[in-house]
Design a protein around this ligand. Sequence first.
Ligand code: NDP
Length: 329
Amino acid sequence: MSDTTERIKCLIIGSGPAGYTAAIYASRADLKPVLYTGMEPGGQLTTTTEVDNFPGYPEGIDGPKMMMDLQQQAERFGTQVRIGMVTEVELSKEVGGIHRACVDNATWVEAETIIISTGATAKYLGLPSEQRLRGGGVSACAVCDGFFYKGQDVAIVGGGDTAAEEATYLANICNKVTMLVRKDYMRASKAMQHRVNNTKNLEVRYNTEAEEILGDQVVEGLRMVNNQTGEKEEIKITGFFVAIGHKPNTDIFKGQLDMDDTGYLITKGKSTKTNIPGVFASGDVQDKEYRQAVTAAGTGCMAALDAERYLAEKDSHMEEANAEEKLNA
Ligand code: NDP
């Protein structure tokens, strides 16, 4: 290994609310963090428009602007924010061991602690009209964007817990919600299905798929197809929500960090600790349930505090070991 490999106390991977909040806390604790932004600097919030549910912004805030503010706040306390993608990691299983991360398949960085905040990516259907109308009425987050469709007609795709929860959330705000489920049953829990079935302005269409979202600049309608009969139908909507699951960005940690069967990192108890000492996980990469900017920020804070405690405990153990060695010499 080259002598010039950079060694840092705290490496933060990911630049969403979790990563930047971890950076604010870690830099204020003098851990001199280095944060690599990943491919989508700012994370999922940069794909949304107005953020109205983050506490502290009475008038709401533009998603990308909020992420720039968070970056500046982290930099103000000394975080080094670098554009780059961590493409490989070698995690030490030893307490106090040094972890290694490769950036852009080129440069290796060594770190005493790593905070993983790589987030999750919403899955989309893959329709060209869906891609074209993103930001023009197509959204993968009802809680973020539902409010813009107050009193209007919208559709949502998916039959899992997220779709069921978001459909009932939308039904509270919107005039009518049409829910498209591709099978003849929902995967959502019985309790969630019960809520869906008891919501008056929510209509579930089973065996139904979205064929095309209609509209040039903004969503104006939806063409649906019954996958059993082939029958097509068009409805007028102004919002189209996709709730068919998320993919956590954890491929580079496979085989090293404990994950559930869908790839979300597993953390211990109420902490952000992973199965590897000195490696912590925060934000959507370890949370498939809440997935909000504010909850991600909360766990980012926890990860920085966990990293700080880990380093302090490690240092005091080493001091004790050194003192014992001197006594025995
Ligand atoms: P899931 O993977 O559970 O469900 C995805 C849904 O989308 C399924 O109904 C699936 O259909 C459908 N789907 C997938 N691809 C397509 C497609 N191309 N076209 C049409 N439909 C499609 O994801 P969720 O995000 O709902 O949930 C993830 C996890 O988080 C689950 O374990 C869930 O229980 C949990 N969760 C829990 C909550 C809670 O407890 N309050 C809230 C939200 C999530 P099919 O069934 O046909 O495969």
